[in-house]
Design a binder for this molecule. Structure first.
Ligand code: MCN
Ligand code: SMO
Length: 783
């Protein structure tokens, strides 16, 4: 950096707690969301959704009104088909509007358009749907063993795919003195972003192209998807993702509703909009987290892990998404189940089962929230079996700092960090010894105190080999950024990743500031519009800052010699004697603002000799980390709970997080990300659940039934940072946007089980609702 004359990190550079540039817009209600947008002549779209879980469609009788559509009305829209290179993967086509069969409650069957949403819903009411109901598949574990009933009747079983992996298992398991077996599960849930799915599509007659505003994490991929499934050239599709009110994975893959609305705009050359309502989200979007584990840990007499064996079942729902496919979740399970631990033997089988529920989607943390739950409950179970403190057994098994970089039993390459120190710091921060003493003394109100830990490491900035191992159709390799010095000497940064609350408009500006020294008020970050930004596979997998910081920095660096060259000439100084300092080109005798330099190049090139024209004042650069195995951030969460033995209610008394995401770009943003993720993780742990009855009817279709934590349920979470730069990434940054959501279910379940230990019972399922906790307590008290 120094040798090309760039700035060191200052109060606005990498590492600084810069207030978020985007917040003025958000806090003053000036955010631009799809649901706020109105185009002249816009029609609103409503969907008729299947009222039953599984049925043959015998007929759909439309009202006389013209603007009602079923699948046969839209021959140009092809069925959505996610392809995967994973062995055993079964592709399954999802028609944007159901064809022949419906396979879950909430599946779109028909759509209606009108001037208002209410009128469109009235039209929907007039449609007659003639269904021949079939028995549904609700329990994924049972459906795997008994495929008599199948959502996809042309299959001979119910498996979307079945992945297996084995390394050093048999010999290490055979040497174990302690064998611990558990059955564990996480319930199905929804993601519930503040802003639901939203799409507004229209036709630009001048450019002769489809223009789609979508609340999306990946506008460039949505562009590819819409083009592909509507039979358009990609250049005839523009996708603009404006402000996105939370995404969490829900808005990464293409949804049938997006394809339907885009088809309307293409067919009628006019604007159409659909905004998902909360009920639609909770019913048709109850699509994540549901894993079931049969897991066995093999350890020595001190609890040192020798081997792990697991059979994991993912309730995949009815359809596989485009483009990541249903293969992503089992792929991540297989690679991540052994967690941050150094065990020599591993065997796993991960099955994804088709059921009559909405298709599974990745949710913040993706499979790692599930595998962390399974692994961390296993560590505690082993600790109980060998009668040691769970933190001690955890510590003994964590990959030690001096073993880094470390390739684990699943083939993951952990780049750097001190996992054991993180655990020690969490134990200190939670005041473990004091709580153990208080627990022994007992609470005056009779509540049971429990202390729980959960450690994980999280691969971020996964590279090509990793995505390839998941069989992805699109292998993300690079991230690109375009940086421009404008004629008035300001900086524009354009990138294809997007921000849905992560603060990237600020952190990417901090990166540009670090190289150019320009005040971040004069750095504008532009994201979200495929016509304005370089291609990208979007924001997901906590990869945006690791990948894009490198691209932004490299693009800025490409501009530095050009700015210096122009500045040197204008000051009549030798090129080697000028440098960039706080956004000015500084020579031996004088200095120039970037405005003076840029104006000379843009407006008075006649003042410059031809040889300073070194390629202009904008540059697009692609970047990828040195290795493609990713950078692993890691954390330990520690929780103290009080369990009410009469009602089963769990109160969080204290919660600490010690996390390491390498070089912190903006510690304040990292803390916000960690807290937000942890709040979602606490939701998974204690409250959130989308249960189904035996007929496949969702039982939580409103926020009165789907319980989410509010401010009163989220404790004052204390965060401590460690900062071990990754040796492999730009600036040593590791991604962390998902991390907070990974460990809370494990930490809280371990804490609750610690509280219940005197009763000799354990809970191995989420949510840890009063009902479930009380049932365990009553089991413990039964004679
Ligand atoms: N950051 C930092 N220093 C680091 C790492 C990250 O300052 N060492 C900052 C980044 O600059 C960025 C934020 O933290 O501003 C998150 O960065 P990163 O870890 O790269 O994650 P992504 O930007 O790729 O975001 C995706 C990630 C995912 S996959 C989900 S899901 C998720 C999450 O981010 N969805 C979110 N956080 C979310 N936060 C909000 N508000 N809304 C969502 O939908
Ligand atoms: S679930 Mo995040 O979008 O990878």
């Amino acid at each position: 950096c120094q040798e090309i004359g760039c700035q060191e990190t200052g109060p606005q550079g990498i590492g600084a707690r810069v207030p978020r540039k985007e917040d003025a817009r958000f806090l003053h209600g000036r955010g631009a969301y799809v649901s706020d947008m109105v185009l002249p002549g816009q029609r609103e779209v409503a969907f008729l959704r299947s009222p039953v879980a599984h049925a043959r469609i015998l007929g759909v009788r439309k009202p006389a009104a013209r603007f009602v559509f079923v699948r046969d009305d839209m021959p140009e829209a092809r069925p959505i088909l996610g392809q995967s290179g994973l062995p055993t993967y079964r592709p399954v086509a999802q028609h944007p509007l159901a064809h022949e069969k419906v396979r879950f409650v909430g599946e779109p069957v028909a759509m209606a358009c009108a001037a208002t949403r209410a009128e469109a819903e009235d039209l929907i009411e007039e449609i007659d749907l003639d269904l021949d109901e079939l028995p549904p598949v609700i329990d994924a574990v049972a459906a795997k063993r008994d495929p008599a009933v199948r959502p996809h009747e042309d299959w001979d079983d119910n498996l979307f795919l079945s992945l297996r992996y084995e390394s050093g298992f048999a010999e290490n398991a055979a040497a174990a003195a302690v064998v611990v077996e558990r059955e564990l599960s996480l319930s199905r849930q929804a993601m519930v972003p503040l802003e639901g799915k939203a799409v507004l599509a229209t036709w630009d007659a001048r450019a002769d192209r489809l223009v789609v505003y979508a609340s999306s994490q990946a506008p460039h991929l949505l562009r590819i998807g819409l083009a592909k499934f509507l039979g358009l050239d990609q250049r005839r599709v523009q996708v603009i993702a404006p402000d996105v009110g939370g995404a969490f994975g829900y808005k990464y893959n293409m949804h049938p509703e997006e394809l339907c609305v885009a088809w309307l705009a293409m067919r009628f050359r006019a604007p159409f909009r659909y905004v998902e309502d909360r009920r639609e989200h909770l019913v048709a979007g109850a699509n994540t987290r549901q894993h079931h584990y049969r897991i066995t840990g093999y350890a020595d007499p001190r609890g040192r892990l020798l081997a792990l064996d697991a059979e994991v079942t993912v309730d995949g729902g009815a359809y596989s998404n485009w483009h990541q496919t249903i293969g992503l979740e089992p792929g991540q399970i297989v690679g991540n189940l052994p967690g941050p631990y150094a065990l020599p033997g591993y065997r796993v089988r991960a099955d994804c089962v088709a059921t009559n529920k909405p298709g599974f989607l990745p949710y913040r943390g993706v499979a790692r929230t599930g595998v962390c739950f399974a692994m961390e409950l296993m560590i505690d179970a082993i600790a109980r079996a060998v009668d040691r403190e769970p933190w001690e057994v955890r510590r003994d098994n964590l990959v030690p700092a001096d073993a880094m970089p470390y390739r684990n039993v699943a083939g993951k390459l952990f780049d750097s960090g001190d996992y054991q120190k993180g655990l020690d710091m969490a134990r200190e921060a939670i005041r473990f010894d004091q709580w153990r003493a208080r627990q022994r003394d007992g609470e005056p109100d009779g509540r049971l105190i429990g202390i729980g830990f959960a450690s994980y490491c999280e691969q971020s900035a996964h590279g090509m080999s990793v995505f390839k191992s998941w069989g992805m159709e699109f292998i993300p390799g690079y991230e690109q950024a375009m940086v421009r010095v404008t004629p008035e000497g300001a900086i524009e940064v354009r990138a294809g990743v997007h921000s849905h609350g992560q603060g990237m408009e600020t952190t990417l500006a901090q990166v540009a500031h670090t190289v150019l020294g320009v005040d971040i008020a004069d750095i504008q970050v532009l994201l979200g519009d495929t016509a304005e930004t370089p291609f990208s596979t979007g924001t997901y997998a906590s990869r945006s800052i690791v990948m894009t910081s490198g691209a932004v920095a490299d693009a800025c660096r490409a501009l530095v010699p050009r700015l210096l060259g122009i500045g040197a000439h204008l000051m009549q100084a030798a090129t080697g004697t000028v440098r960039l300092e706080r956004g000015r080109v500084v020579g031996p005798q004088a200095s120039l603002s970037l405005r003076e330099v840029a104006e000379a190049w843009y407006c008075r090139p006649d003042r410059l000799p031809p040889d300073v024209d070194v390629g202009g004042l904008e540059a697009t650069v692609a970047h990828r980390p040195q290795v493609d195995t990713g950078a692993f951030s890691y954390a330990t969460h520690a929780a103290v709970v009080a369990v009410d033995p009469g009602f089963g209610h769990v109160e969080i008394l204290d919660y600490v997080i010690v996390e390491d995401c390498g070089t912190l770009v903006n510690p304040m943003i990292v803390e916000g990300q960690t807290l937000g993720g942890a709040a979602q993780g606490i939701g998974t742990a204690l409250y959130e659940e989308s249960p189904y009855d035996a007929a496949g009817q969702p039982l939580a279709a409103t926020l009165a039934d789907y319980v989410m934590p509010g401010p009163a349920e989220i404790p004052d979470i204390r965060i401590t940072h460690m900062e071990t730069p990754s040796p492999y990434t730009a600036f040593g940054i590791k991604g962390m946007g998902e991390g907070g959501a990974i460990a809370p279910p494990a930490a809280l379940a371990n804490a609750v089980n610690d509280a219940l230990r005197p009763l000799g019972v354990e809970i191995g399922a989420t949510p840890l609702s009063p009902e479930r906790v009380l049932a365990a307590i009553l089991r413990g008290r039964a004679p």
